[in-house]
Design a protein around this ligand. Structure first.
Ligand SMILES: NC(=O)c1ccc[n+]([C@@H]2O[C@H](COP(=O)([O-])OP(=O)(O)OC[C@H]3O[C@@H](n4cnc5c(N)ncnc54)[C@H](OP(=O)(O)O)[C@@H]3O)[C@@H](O)[C@H]2O)c1
Length: 359
């Protein structure tokens, strides 16, 4: 391959929200693929390395965004995974319309302005599209299911992107995952650290591992962050994904009652029948205890509020209805990866222990 062909084949991605529980895994996936230049956007500054550079920018400031992104003329793909939570219960995050719409508008329009080779914008939304945060919904949910009663910022994002894309040289793909499983300090939405820190604190207090919510018997689904990054790469590069939406999960379903004993086994502790508590309320005073655990075990020194977000635990453990997406469409369009969810939890929680995030 000539130098010119190599340059042409190399793709340039902007990952918007590059330090989140989705974005950082997309950055790593593209980096591993070897034929991408990656630019990560967030307010915090990431650590540059060969093939990956970070731009610190507040996407809520349109002028600052235009200025920071003015040099990105080589961009071929955008992966949009920025997010801002709202105060209060995690079930209300979908109501945070203005910030979540404006970050998309400001970043995508700034890139569109300067990047003539832009091919596709991959927008990450989620199963809240179906109202999974509101109560029972039609399951397994299909991409063609009607929307729930707004507000939901996903609707605002999709409506803006699809209207803006009309007549453009690029297209879009929209991915709808459920409950990402990975690690990103400071994220308001990640269930694995909730489980890991909760188990560690229960163990330190001599308590059995009790499931803290009402969803003990409900059917649930999650999405491994690394698996999701594979899906994002597929959605960005497969011609069939142009202007299409896909549910993306591990591809299986589980019940907490079956998984819980395996989690207790990872932490070498007994488990007990559920007792419903508000993690947000009951764990609020456990910061000093966490600091003690960090010291005793020489753990990585993440502040308590960066390592775990209890409102997300309350949201997930109290979704007392079946949460199921149909992933047939993604399979039919070429994405065949699956993850065994019970094995994934065991693997990730063991990694959390090995990496000294928890004891
Ligand atoms: N996490 C889940 O379980 C889950 C499940 C289904 C769907 N989703 C959806 O996936 C999308 C991404 O969520 P996520 O959980 O990956 O979010 P996240 O972990 O909170 O990451 C959000 C990213 O956005 C960046 N960001 C926030 N405000 C910014 C601003 N003003 N300017 C620049 N960057 C900003 C953050 O970095 P800085 O803070 O440094 O700016 C971070 O990199 C959301 O729409 C969410 O609803 C998530």
């Amino acid at each position: 391959m000539s130098q010119t062909q190599q340059t042409a084949a190399r793709k340039t991605a902007v990952v918007v929200g590059a330090l989140g529980v989705i974005g950082r895994y997309i950055v790593e996936r593209l980096e591993a693929a070897g034929d991408w230049q990656v630019i990560g956007l967030s307010r915090r500054q990431g650590k540059d390395r060969p093939g990956v550079r970070y731009i610190s920018v507040d996407l809520l400031d349109p002028a600052a965004t235009n200025k920071a992104l003015a040099g990105l003329s080589e961009v071929t793909h955008v992966f949009y995974a920025a997010f801002q939570a709202a105060a209060g219960a995690a079930s209300g995050y979908a109501n945070n319309i203005d910030a979540n719409r404006d970050m998309l508008v400001n970043s995508v329009s700034a890139i569109d302005l300067v990047a003539p080779q832009l091919q596709r914008v991959v927008l990450v939304t989620g199963t809240k599209y179906y109202g999974t945060h509101l109560g029972a919904f039609r399951t397994p949910a299909r991409e063609t299911d009607p929307r729930h009663m707004p507000p939901n910022y996903y609707f605002d994002q999709i409506d803006w992107l699809t209207a803006y894309q009309q007549g453009k040289r690029w297209d879009w793909a929209e991915l709808r995952p459920q409950t990402l499983c990975g690690f990103a300090p400071g994220t308001p939405m990640s269930i694995v650290p909730v489980i890991a820190v909760y188990a560690s604190i229960c163990k330190r207090l001599g308590l059995p591992l009790r499931f803290p919510g009402i969803a003990w018997n409900s059917i649930y689904q999650v999405t491994d962050s690394a698996h999701f990054a594979n899906a994002a790469l597929w959605a960005a590069t497969d011609a069939r994904c142009a202007n299409q939406a896909y549910n993306i999960t591990n591809g299986d379903y589980f019940r907490w009652c079956n998984l819980w004993p395996r989690i207790a086994e990872v932490f070498e502790m007994p488990w007990a029948q559920p007792q419903v508590i508000s993690l947000t309320a009951q764990m609020a005073d456990k910061g000093p205890l966490w600091q003690t655990i960090v010291r005793e075990h020489g753990l990585q020194p993440y502040p308590y509020d960066q390592v775990v977000a209890w409102p997300f635990g309350d949201y997930v453990f109290n979704s007392d209805w079946d949460v199921m997406s149909n992933v047939t469409k993604s399979r039919q369009h070429g994405f065949h990866d699956v993850v065994d969810t019970e094995e994934m939890f065991v693997r990730l929680l063991r990694q959390f222990r090995e990496q000294k995030i928890v004891p």
